[in-house]
Design a protein around this ligand. Structure first.
Ligand SMILES: Cc1cc2nc3c(=O)[nH]c(=O)nc-3n(C[C@H](O)[C@H](O)[C@H](O)COP(=O)(O)O)c2cc1C
Length: 461
């Protein structure tokens, strides 16, 4: 069997994600029901019916406040706002599914590694090993102020901090508890063998953590690690830590370049490049006929909010588009402390130099270049070409109208991909890491920096 597409539903635990303005669509259920557990339970069941690998929750720690130097555009259109804590509904969704996994975004800039390690071990226990962590370092100035900072920590320093954060959680997940520490020996009156549980005594630049880890090891110990970010520093971080990396790219050629680059860097870190899977975005509008799909696209266009799109771009890139008034001038790259791959996407990574007018126009409508519109066969053809031409491993599927678009994708596109042998008909057995990398691979592989902490701690309690 050839390589098959891995698929995540790109989600957020709030009223809206990136389908700017589409909450106005009469079929949009999420902004009405995202506070209802039944909404998430139904979504989990739907995705498992479609054999999705994971439900991927994006998350942010503040309001988008760069565009117009103001929070209003984001709040008015519900841009990733209001937003619940994604970790909270996972137990309920796990209880109605057996194979769907859950990737949850958590920022290393605004969480503490000790509580984070505990929360994710708990989730990994409760889901029987179906948890992944999407590591972000966060880009919103409002998030910084929510956590007591005047300004954001600078881009590269956020990654330094993330590196140490990872060092701490690896010690807790991999090193603190030996296998078989929970002995429940009634005769000797010992529940947990203290000889097999170790403090970590981490004394670092950013964190001091004594340990031991409060939670005993879960099936995967360390959750599957996702990361997105293709700045120089972001790629180094991904190559060192991530098992699943999200990359963007304006062209297939750029995506191929990123894949090659990240795999080569992983090798330099002593890792097997096969242990790093690459994902990119996918956006689809499908209907029984081409005409119906095109009509849908037109409807979505009318509801699109350019203001929310610009607000999202402002926060993620650091470029406030309200300040660009000379329409005929070129839109130049400038360094910001926000997301650097996003900043580069319309400047130095763009296939051609863009004027301010061209850039602004891109936000006025849904960018057709990034959406596959058509009947099931046309959509499957386009996905197959994208998959084979880039060599990508999988996609994060976005959606304009939720859950309708996901339902349509599952009913119309998935069977077409299955018939072509491009998509699984059944889940593989085991934990999430085993489903992605193969049976018997529940734990981080040797060569991964987290694996070096396995049972190396000799500090007695
Ligand atoms: C598919 C994908 C998902 C992302 N999800 C989030 C997210 O949920 N929260 C967040 O703060 N940033 C998210 N980001 C942004 C990245 O974490 C990162 O900040 C950004 O790509 C900039 O990194 P860079 O400067 O290394 O390019 C996402 C990026 C991509 C490509």
């Amino acid at each position: 069997m050839g390589k098959q597409i891995q698929l995540n539903a790109f989600e957020m635990a709030g009223a809206m994600h990136n389908s700017h303005g589409l909450w106005k669509h009469p079929q949009s259920r999420r902004h009405r029901h995202y506070n209802d557990l039944s909404y998430w339970i139904d979504l989990a069941k739907l995705l498992e019916r479609g054999k999705f690998d994971a439900l991927f929750f994006a998350d942010v720690a503040g309001v988008y406040d760069v565009y117009r130097n103001n929070k209003e555009p984001a709040i008015r259109d519900g841009l990733q706002f209001p937003l619940n804590d994604p970790a909270m509904m996972i137990s309920a969704m796990a209880s109605v599914t057996t194979d769907l996994s859950f990737a949850v975004t958590v920022s290393t800039t605004y969480e503490h590694p000790f509580s984070h390690a505990r929360r994710f071990s708990t989730l990994d226990h409760l889901t029987k090993g179906r948890i992944a962590w999407n590591i972000v370092t966060s880009y919103l100035p409002n998030a910084a102020r929510n956590y007591g900072l005047t300004n954001m920590i600078k881009h590269d320093e956020r990654y330094e901090r993330a590196d140490e954060f990872l060092d701490v959680v690896y010690q807790l997940w991999e090193g603190s508890w030996e296998d078989g520490a929970m002995i429940a020996d009634v005769e000797r009156g010992i529940l947990v063998d203290p000889e097999k549980v170790h403090s970590i005594n981490h004394e670092g630049h950013y964190y001091q953590v004594e340990g031991p880890h409060l939670t005993d090891p879960s099936l995967q110990r360390t959750p599957v690690i996702y990361q997105a970010g293709t700045s120089e520093r972001g790629k180094e971080f991904a190559a060192k830590h991530a098992e699943c990396v999200f990359i963007g790219g304006p062209t297939n050629e750029k995506i191929r370049e990123h894949i090659k680059d990240i795999k080569a860097r992983a090798k330099r870190y002593g890792r097997n490049p096969e242990q790093v899977k690459l994902y990119t975005f996918l956006n689809v509008i499908v209907a029984e006929t081409t005409e119906e799909a095109e009509a849908k696209f037109e409807t979505y266009q009318k509801l699109w909010s350019a203001e929310a799109a610009k607000a999202q771009y402002g926060g993620s890139s650091g470029y406030d588009l309200s300040k660009y008034t000379d329409l005929d001038s070129y839109f130049e790259y400038k360094h910001t402390e926000h997301g650097q791959s996003r900043a580069a996407s319309l400047t130095k990574d763009a296939p051609k130099k863009l004027t301010v007018r061209e850039v602004l126009n891109r936000f006025e409508t849904i960018n057709r270049d990034h959406v596959i519109v058509g009947n099931p066969k046309e959509v499957a053809d386009a996905i197959q070409f994208f998959f084979e031409d880039t060599g990508i491993d999988g996609f994060n599927l976005a959606h304009f109208v939720t859950p309708q678009n996901l339902q349509e994708f599952i009913d119309l596109v998935i069977p077409e991909l299955q018939d072509r042998g491009l998509y699984k008909k059944d889940y593989a057995e085991g934990t999430f890491r085993e489903k992605i990398f193969g049976k018997g691979q529940s734990l981080l592989p040797n060569g991964h920096p987290g694996s070096r902490y396995r049972q190396t701690h000799t500090t007695k309690l």
